[in-house]
Design a binder for this molecule. Structure first.
Ligand code: NDP
Length: 268
């Protein structure tokens, strides 16, 4: 019998995940189907449980349900526990297991695809929402010299940094607290969605710095600003494919090749 998986979100029609997982399945010869399913804003849990009752084996979860997915799980990976958000569910009998593969996806895109080592580097992470929460732990595991989390609402950045104190050199604050130049500047805010640029100082990029926008599929003011300051620029398409590959590995025990899938999506 063909195993079924899905991604739940609201909205969801734009999702590239079905295409990505179909490519992974074809490449690795896995017998599975993967659909994009809309969950009502007030009915996420019921929708997921109905999918499981119908034979679903696992699911991805996207905006705005990652916290609700966390709450639904009976068991979670350490990285999901720390992130307070779950983007991957695995159904094992009665148990719902939750993982968060966003951070691993970002780190893999940065280090393997973009060839940017993070150990000993200065990293600036913009945003303190769900996406930022998921990546702080995996970024710190790489041993950066310092990680500064900056957010429009400064308190949220400070609280997030405090939650990871002891796991590395990490601090948080508002944009007026951004000092010095960074080797890697990551935009995990929703500002690009609104065509806005967070108020970064012009000298924020160190020589050879990488600017990374988690947003993908369009030119963003942040990447335009970075290019104008002489930085390298990358969007979040690679992260999207890499987090999907982590989820695929959790479900199927096989690691798909990501480079051909990233190339395919770029060409489309
Ligand atoms: P949330 O709504 O949880 O958080 C939004 C964050 O953006 C908050 O920190 C908010 O600050 C900040 N923000 C919003 N507007 C502005 C602005 N105009 N200027 C400065 N800061 C702003 O969203 P998520 O964390 O879930 O998602 C953030 C982005 O990451 C989205 O664009 C999403 O598409 C992308 N993403 C990409 C992934 C990928 O695989 N490539 C995976 C996950 C997310 P405040 O707290 O002050 O409101």
């Amino acid at each position: 019998m063909t195993d079924t998986y899905a991604v739940f979100g609201n909205p969801i029609a734009h999702s590239k995940s079905p295409r990505i997982h179909a490519e992974f399945a074809r490449q690795t010869g896995q017998d599975m189907r993967y659909a994009a399913l809309l969950a009502p804003l007030e009915g996420f849990t019921e929708t997921v449980l109905a999918f499981r009752a119908g034979g679903g084996r696992g699911a991805n979860v996207t905006v705005p349900f990652k916290e609700a997915a966390w709450a639904l799980c009976g068991r979670r990976s350490a990285r999901a526990e720390l992130a307070g958000a779950v983007n991957t569910l695995k159904f094992d009998g009665e148990e719902i297991y939750g993982d968060n593969t966003d951070g691993a996806g970002l780190v893999r895109d940065l280090t393997a695809n973009l060839d940017v080592p993070l150990a000993g580097r200065r990293i600036l992470l913009m945003g303190a929402g769900g996406a930022a929460r998921g990546v702080v732990g995996p970024l710190l595991e790489q041993g950066p010299r310092a990680l500064f989390i900056v957010n429009r609402t400064a308190d949220k950045a400070m609280t997030l940094a405090a939650a990871f104190a002891g796991q590395g050199v990490v601090a948080g604050g508002g944009y007026d607290a951004v000092r010095g130049a960074y080797d890697v500047v990551i935009n995990a805010t929703a500002a690009s969605l609104a065509g806005e640029l967070p108020p970064l100082p012009e000298q924020v990029f160190a020589p050879g710095a990488l600017a990374y926008d988690m947003m993908y599929g369009r030119d963003t003011p942040f990447l335009a600003f970075a290019l104008a300051q002489g930085a390298r620029a990358a969007d979040g398409l690679g992260m999207l494919v890499e987090q999907a590959a982590e989820a695929f590995f959790l479900w199927r025990g096989v690691r798909p090749l990501t480079a051909p899938v990233i190339a395919l999506l770029r060409a489309a």
